[in-house]
Design a protein around this ligand. Sequence first.
Ligand SMILES: *Cc1c(COP(=O)(O)O)cnc(C)c1O
Length: 404
Amino acid sequence: MPVNRALFDEVMVPNYNPAAIIPVKGKGSRVWDQEDREFVDFAGGIAVSCLGHCHPAMVNALTEQANKLWHLSNVMTNEPALRLAKKLTDATFADRVYFANSGAEANEAALKLARRWALDHFGEEKNQIIAFHKGFHGRTFFTVTVGGQAAYSDGFGPKPGAIEHVTFNDLSSLEAVMSDKTCAVMIEPLQGEGGVVPGEREFLKGVRELCDRYNALLIFDEVQTGFGRTGSLYAYEQTGVTPDILSSAKALGGGFPIGAMLTTAKIAEHLKVGTHGSTYGGNPLGCAVAEAVMDVVNTDEVLQGVKKREQLFKDALHAINDKHNVFAEVRGQGLLLGAALNENYQGKARDFLVAAAEEGLMVLVAGLDVVRFTPSLIIPEADISEGMARFERAVERVVRAQQG
Ligand SMILES: *Cc1c(COP(=O)(O)O)cnc(C)c1O
């Protein structure tokens, strides 16, 4: 039986349309497909593979734990989960952690906690959740409804209620709908899927002040921005704003599925025994890997390295743009970067992704108009220059096709 892209259409639900190539092996920031074609990885599995592929620290942690203990359920706790939670609380504003298996589940827990906190303190009326247009929070029905793209939540019957959307980076649009009924505001400090759009400093400060004024919880969705991606362990550290609840996933496990919701002791109290849970959440394998990832990522060396690589990426993208004039703007923070296409290439981000793959480079898009880069946080400089050489050839392909 040939295992190829055609088999996907035979046996998989058609909710994805993956590329024709099937990678079989990765090391650092290089990946090889079934034909042994080699790729430079600027995608990092969508901001997940923060230490590249098969980093020895992760492989060791996983193999060691795999030979010790895989699973217990939450009837019992385990050492890796407790060690990881201790490190996360030591390193952040938070005092308590809830473990899940994905970003959506971490956000689901955050939203349920916020609703329960508001109910306990203020009663049933305080249930409004406000989020932002183009925001993305996952695909469970609650989180996708809080997300700011109705197209993702339409067509599944009645939605969870009392959810409002306002404009990102526009404080007055938030102020207009906020009231004592607002239970929480959920926001990405830098919108990832929505086009790599940083939240402005004054805006984020204003959001915090409005939450304080109306006794609403501020939830930072750091699933994409977190775990070193923007050059600090979490992006909030650079905003001057501290959230009440923070969700983390993606890079947290470096490629092993794990999510976490972080909050203060006072708020956490409201998730009493039996109110929420998960069979796998906090399992020893995921927590052992995440602990190993954190030991590497949460160091000056890696976090400052992110800033240095940010500059290398931005310089290379500007140089390509000086020659080929395809971007209106290069934006983002750390290694969550977006090249927004100029008016001549609107709607064509996918063409750049396809051309890059043909040149042996994996990149991402964020919407129709932005090429997105979320490589390993420790990508070697040689791989950055080789990847950018390939990207330039990809840009040339698109420009040629455009000129017909
Ligand atoms: C990817 C992402 C999610 C969803 O995470 P999953 O692990 O796919 O459930 C939620 N929020 C943000 C900001 C994300 O980028």
